[in-house]
Design a protein around this ligand. Sequence first.
Ligand code: C5P
Length: 334
Amino acid sequence: MLIAECYSFPMSISVRSYAKINIGLRIGPRREDGFHELYTLYQTLALFDVIRVETSRGLGIEIACKDARVPCDETNTCYRMAEKVLRASKIRSKVRINIEKNLPVQGGLGAASSNAVATMLGMERALKKELAPLDRLRLASEVGSDVPLFLIGGTVLGLGRGEQVYPLEDLPNFHCVVATPALGISTPAAFAEWDNTMAASKLTPEQGSARIDSFSHSLFEWLGSKSFSPTGVPRQGWDRAEALLLGLVRTGMENDFESVVFPKYPALREVKRTLEKAGAKFASLSGSGSTVYGLFANRTSAGKASKLLTSQGVRACATVTLQRAEYWKTALSQ
Ligand code: C5P
């Protein structure tokens, strides 16, 4: 194997590592490999961590992060991605990665997954070596199920174990309130809890698959109706974002994790109720939590909801959803 050494001057590249939410998440049967079939809609948000990648002569991968909850060893997703990128690009180099953490850890916003993609993008630029698109996708799915979505950005359909990603036409920009109660929820534990619940309800594999099908119908009904009002007739002055959000509620899209996470952490259900009462057109747990978000048709009501939650001692902020073009325009513009 031909291995090139990085002899160039030290290079430093900063990349924005954006968050995602799940708009609806249906969990299907557990597969033989231990993963679960998923059906979900990912949407990137304007909230981000900053990943700084430095390459220089030498060997070794070093991770630095001021947040003590982030492991700086070889279990870190950035470390795992850096190793894979070096191997795939056949380059020897020292790699230093600094993680400026703004997003919650184990929060359901995909931060660790997004950090891994930002590492890949930063390393490609720092090492001046582009990976083939299919190699990028392969490395991303090896690091984690919800890593590949960050190679697309905007509105993305996620299938398989979540790693099969399809770019969808971007949804309009929504105002979004992201509440992150100080709880770290383990995704494998939430899946295990889901399996227990399913075993107790004695759902057959066929019924499990039928649940996935019904979700896909709801999703496509919603996406297909996006330029119409909830009555099916375009109404003058009816804001497209608002119509789409009301359609989302009408189609009954939900996150299956709520049924196992809310009973264990009732405070999260309360946050969802608060968002709904404060005017969210749609509110949901993101991933397996602990983030609960609300989608709002305007900035004022989102701002008020965020302030209300903060006054109740829940960490919350108002942001917007991020479309694909904006995602790529800003990711590398540090
Ligand atoms: O792929 P990722 O590393 O994010 O997955 C972490 C864990 O979550 C897996 O080891 C598995 O236990 C669980 N998982 C699952 N089904 C999925 C995705 C993740 O059971 N579709």
